[in-house]
Design a protein around this ligand. Structure first.
Ligand code: DGT
Ligand code: CA
Ligand code: CA
Ligand code: ZN
Length: 614
């Protein structure tokens, strides 16, 4: 537990954005007879954004494309499915933020699964340009300049041009931009390799539904990194126990028409979806199902220790079972995972812990933690409303929080520095708090809405709102949004300065990383954690599937240092409140129990913990 906080090189690998692969745009997987089941809101939003990107790439001004981008944002935040609404004959333009143009595109996507306008643009613009648009900080205008002046059409050509120093010669580009682009290319390239866990989970739900219709299946499980809850997933590993392997594989083949067959044998089959994601399916005998599940859940590192443990007893462990000797036909265990662990003298280990980070010793001693569960969470302390960049009102957020069984929430809109999100100045914030007071007054049960703020830590280290104002809050989140590229000492000092501020309760998304999009700030997290201990402050696990910040490794350290963690959704819509479960998964991977997580307590108990120095 020493090197991971050192800062460099030990961060979890950077991975893939939620986007449509270029092939997917050219050959959509949706065909006319299955459309309604397949075009979900996320896919619609991505098509609209791609259209906006391509139009700007061709020189359209962003005023014209703004409607598509806003529409995409609205659709992502909606709880109802656009496909369903269209199926029910709802007039989309009656929805807030959806104009005539966006509505027409939605209809076209639901009917055809693709947009004619995108197809037309891609007749004159190479589709590989879409990869250029995935490079962080390379907007459509700059990409167009590269295309028009240097004939750059893909990532490889962009890298070569940057390395040859050609890009800096274009007007509007410099040597610094060149370096930024090179870093961005690396992120965009790595992003093609792994997908966010939340995205994998959507796919798993689709697959589960698909396999429900296959009567040959007795048991099905999704193993691998998905089952362990890793923040990103490289490929999916499906295990099936079935009466007829061929029937299962035939059924698998019909999952998506556009998927490519990588290979098929008597019991194993692999597909590659157009998004690039691979899915491995294995049909295994009933008596080996538990052994296969154990083996293919991994991690490799966990399995190495398990296999050695079997060897130490003169046994052999593989995907078929646990055997007394190498050639034995009779297994000591194999049907269930539990019996495999038990035969080896271990309590069954939750998949999230199987990373060889000390879990086997805990299982041996019977000391496995009772990992945190969604039901343990009683409040959500980070969310936005229509006062800034949220999509729902205070009342709507409260209703949604109640529906999710919560008993308190904090409204934490942005402060004034975040002008893009119409951040609140002192006057607007105090008005919002008066509204919250009045709202709490008329509630006739114990639900509480807390007066909060997500206050920016300015580039110069000051807080974005005066202390007199912060002093009146129930809950103050401090966040870095600007000056993220400051040197290590400077950005670390800024964050520690906020921790020292007596009114600050917590630091949000402490490293600022965005999975597949942006590296963490160069922050000395150990120093930040030590300050949090000294001043009795909390740290956030931001549960947004793109952030998951702090990550699992940091959370282990926070737990060992006794820093209370608050898991928050940072919801920008009512639907955003559902992100809590992504945070829970990472907390579980870090061995956190309800005791380590402050918002598993009542607000009264939690409140008493803030700023309590040790
Ligand atoms: P991913 O797909 O990169 O997100 O990560 P995993 O963990 O799902 O890895 P994957 O799909 O390559 O393999 C699934 C599991 O199968 C892995 O977690 C452990 C097991 N496994 C695969 N290859 C080996 C191996 O060579 N040795 C051992 N001990 N286990 C392996
Ligand atoms: Ca995998
Ligand atoms: Ca695999
Ligand atoms: Zn926020």
């Amino acid at each position: 537990m020493n090197n991971w906080l050192a800062g460099d090189g030990t961060w979890p690998s950077i991975v893939k954005p939620n986007r449509i692969g270029k092939n997917e745009l050219l050959h959509p997987k949706v065909t006319s007879n299955r459309v309604r089941a397949h075009v979900n809101n996320e896919q619609i939003a991505q098509h609209l954004e791609t259209l906006a990107d391509l139009l700007e790439f061709q020189g359209a001004n962003s005023f014209r494309t703004g409607a598509y981008r806003n529409g995409a944002r609205r659709i992502r935040q909606m709880t109802d499915s656009i496909s369903t609404l269209i199926g029910q004959g709802v007039e989309l333009t009656s929805l807030e933020g959806i104009g005539k143009g966006v509505s027409e595109k939605c209809h076209e996507l639901v009917e055809r699964g693709k947009l004619r306008q995108i197809e037309e643009i891609l007749e004159v613009v190479p589709a590989s340009v879409l990869d250029l648009l995935q490079v962080p900080r390379l907007g459509p205008k700059k990409a167009a300049a590269l295309f028009n002046q240097l004939q750059i059409t893909n990532l490889a050509e962009l890298r070569a041009a940057c390395e040859a120093g050609k890009v800096r010669e274009l007007s509007g580009f410099g040597a610094k931009t060149e370096q930024v682009l090179l870093d961005g290319i690396a992120i965009a390239a790595a992003a093609n390799e792994r997908i966010l866990w939340a995205k994998a989970d959507d796919l798993v739900q689709e697959l589960r539904e698909h396999f429900q219709k296959c009567p040959a299946i007795r048991q099905i499980e999704f193993a691998g990194s998905y089952r362990r809850g890793r923040e990103t997933v490289g490929d999916l590993d499906i295990l099936v126990d079935a009466t007829d392997a061929d029937a299962v594989m035939d059924h698998f083949a019909t999952f998506q028409e556009s998927a490519a067959l990588i290979g098929r044998g008597p019991t194993k089959m692999s597909l590659r979806l157009e998004s690039g994601l691979a899915i491995d399916l294995r049909v295994v005998p009933t008596e080996s199902f538990g052994a296969a599940l154990q083996y293919f859940t991994g991690s490799k590192e966990h399995n190495v220790v398990m296999r050695q443990r079997a060897k130490d007893r003169g046994w052999k462990l593989n995907e078929w079972g646990l055997f007394a000797e190498d050639n034995s036909e009779v297994a000591l265990a194999g049907k269930s995972e539990t019996e495999i662990y038990e035969q080896l003298g271990l309590k069954i280990i939750p998949p999230e812990l199987r990373e060889n980070r000390g879990e086997i010793e805990l299982a041996e001693q019977g000391n496995l933690p009772a990992l945190l569960e969604l039901d343990d969470i009683r409040g959500d302390l980070h969310m936005h409303t229509t006062a800034t960049d949220g999509a729902a009102s205070l009342e709507e957020m409260v209703a949604a929080a109640r529906a999710r069984g919560l008993s308190y929430i904090a409204i934490t809109d942005h402060s004034q520095r975040v002008s893009m999100a119409r951040g609140l100045n002192a006057e607007r914030l105090l008005a919002q708090w008066a509204e919250i007071d009045a709202f709490n007054q008329q509630l006739d049960d114990s639900f509480v809405v807390l007066k909060g703020i997500e206050c920016d830590i300015l580039e110069n280290g000051e807080m974005d709102l005066p202390n007199e104002v912060l002093a009146k809050a129930d809950w103050v989140i401090a966040s870095v949004h600007y000056g993220q590229n400051q040197p290590r000492q400077q950005i670390t000092d800024r964050i520690i300065g906020a921790i020292r501020n007596p009114h600050v309760s917590i630091i949000a998304h402490p490293t600022g990383r965005l999975l597949n999009r942006r590296e963490p700030y160069d922050v000395d997290l150990r120093a930040v954690m030590e300050a949090a201990v000294e001043y009795g402050k909390m740290l956030e696990l931001n549960a947004s599937p793109k952030r998951l910040d702090l990550n699992d490794v940091h959370l282990i350290a926070a737990r060992e240092m006794g820093i209370p963690i608050v898991i928050s959704t940072d919801a920008h819509s009512t639907k955003g409140l559902d992100a809590m479960r992504y945070g829970i998964l990472q907390a579980r991977r870090a061995g956190l129990t309800a005791q380590h997580v402050a918002n598993s307590r009542s607000w009264k108990e939690l409140h008493a913990m803030i700023g309590r120095q040790r």
